[in-house]
Design a protein around this ligand. Structure first.
Ligand code: ADP
Length: 192
């Protein structure tokens, strides 16, 4: 069986987490969500969680060394050997380059970079609704604006990076979760 390593990129509010869950269940590969791992470290008050908490609550990125160590530890586990979905990582060019180095050493390059795309105003509206429903600490108007800025400044450059490598798959993120997933599934299945 081929190793299927997929990177999932999308601005805050794009439904990235929801779609990532569906895709891992469809492909039967592990899900590596740095956002979830960091939130769990934070709620368990581990040393990593304590270092990351302030950045997360402000909507800023956790410094690369902390995140890189977390991801390296996960990718080293045997259950990730047959592939995985990287959700929320990489988020900076620095992280993308470091991931490429790790994968080159293992001889397992990235198969695809799926990018969820949507109009910014639409995404902000969605997040404000989610804030009311889920009460995530980083879903308040100020932090939402900060996370959107951080995305545009630090993560959006990855789109071009993966486009140049010929593995970028842009997906329209507007529509129902079923409609969006169907778009993703069609492209991913065609490349398997
Ligand atoms: P979002 O829904 O905003 O995309 P995530 O759940 O992916 O959020 O991440 C939540 C927070 O965790 C981010 O705002 C950031 O502080 C931190 N984080 C997650 N992944 C990374 C990463 N790859 N590098 C740095 N910080 C990260």
């Amino acid at each position: 069986m081929t190793v299927m390593l997929i990177v999932f990129i999308g601005p805050p509010g794009s439904g990235k987490g929801t779609q990532a869950k569906r895709l891992v269940s469809h492909l039967q590969i592990p899900h590596l969500s740095t956002g979830e791992l960091l939130r769990s470290a934070k709620s368990q008050d581990t040393p990593l969680g304590r270092s990351a908490a302030g950045y997360m609550d402000r909507g800023q990125l956790v410094p690369d060394p902390l995140v890189l160590e977390l991801v390296a530890e996960c990718l080293g586990r045997p259950e990730f050997a047959k592939g995985c979905l990287l959700d929320g990582f990489p988020r900076t060019l620095e992280q993308a380059k470091s991931l490429d180095q790790t994968l080159a050493q293992r001889g397992t390059p990235l198969a695809l970079a799926v990018e969820l795309r949507a109009d910014e105003n639409e995404l902000v509206t969605r997040m404000l609704k989610r804030a009311a429903a889920e009460k995530r600490v980083d879903d308040n108007p100020q932090t939402i604006a900060e996370r959107m800025e951080v995305y545009k400044r630090q993560t959006a450059p990855l789109v071009e990076y993966y486009q140049n490598r010929g593995i970028l798959v842009p997906i329209d993120a507007l529509g129902t979760p079923d409609e969006v997933f169907e778009r993703i599934r069609a492209v991913v299945d065609a490349r398997r």
